[in-house]
Write a protein that binds this ligand. Structure first.
Ligand SMILES: Nc1ncnc2c1ncn2[C@@H]1O[C@H](COP(=O)(O)OP(=O)(O)OP(=O)(O)O)[C@@H](O)[C@H]1O
Ligand SMILES: [Mg+2]
Length: 242
């Protein structure tokens, strides 16, 4: 479903953030990207959804290469992907419901009624139906992130990309967000997750890629990465974070 081929990205001509990264994601697969800070995890995700333009390499979705040089096509291609960041990026001047219906109406051309019906469905799914008329500032961080996930789902994406969705949250709110993501996993959603929640990655991923210095050091099943890999960097990293 997703084919990342020989992706490279350099910033300011000297920071090689991503170096020749290739991997594929099958439909329904959950892939986690783990590794130390600065290893290129976010840059890989941002190249996949077109927030960054790679210097080299291609990203194919369902066999079709993304062409981000053409803004109109890029916007269309991007709608197959939902993206959830560390910071929720909700519009502060809009209610939860307005946040959720904005893009479906403006980008997908849905009617108000249709967009609201979808929004309410996903709000219920993330357990926040009662907050539909609230403004984001009245919600906890965990609730805001669940709204952000519902907002991404309202675009009916085929793929969800998460970049550290819980790392800005207080510990007691991490669980409620992970539960929402777990629910999507059980539903068969195709996902790429960048996370520092190692136990969660181990539990939900089909495969995990360990990145360092912009390259995938190893990629394998959670079982392999956590218990069998002989790679010293992986072992050191896991010792530090577990
Ligand atoms: N917009 C940018 N301009 C310049 N350098 C950047 C930019 N974005 C990322 N980098 C650099 O690219 C490298 C990879 O960064 P990236 O954010 O992808 O790492 P990461 O693995 O997501 O780290 P973290 O776990 O801290 O989020 C780092 O050296 C970073 O400083
Ligand atoms: Mg990052």
């Amino acid at each position: 479903m997703i084919d990342v081929k020989n992706l490279s990205k350099t910033f300011d001509k000297k920071v090689h953030a991503v170096k020749d990264v290739s991997f594929h994601v099958d439909k329904g697969e959950v892939i986690s990207l783990i590794g130390p800070s600065g290893s290129g995890k976010s840059t890989v995700l941002r190249c996949i959804n077109g927030l960054e333009t790679p210097d080299e390499g291609t990203v194919l979705i369902n066999g079709k290469a993304l062409d981000f040089s053409n803004p109109k096509q890029a916007q269309k291609d991007r709608t197959v992907m939902g993206f959830v960041f560390q910071h929720f990026n909700l519009f502060a001047n809009m209610t939860v419901l307005q946040n959720l219906t904005l893009a479906p109406i403006n980008v997908l051309g849905k009617s108000q009624q249709e967009a609201e019906a979808t929004a309410l469905k996903y709000l219920e799914r993330v357990g926040l139906l009662d907050k539909k008329d609230s403004y984001p500032s009245k919600l906890s961080g965990g609730q805001q992130q669940r709204v952000a996930i519902a907002r991404a789902l309202c675009m009916e994406p085929q793929i969800m990309l998460f970049d550290e969705p819980t790392s800005a949250l207080d510990p007691e709110m991490i669980k409620e967000v992970l539960n929402v993501i777990r629910d999507l996993v059980n539903d068969g959603m195709t996902m790429i997750i960048v996370t520092h929640e190692m136990n969660f990655a181990r539990e939900v991923s089909n495969r995990i890629a360990f990145l360092e210095d912009g390259t995938i050091v190893e990629m394998g099943t959670p079982e392999y990465i956590f218990t069998q890999s002989q790679n010293q960097r992986i072992q050191e990293f896991l010792e530090k974070v577990l």
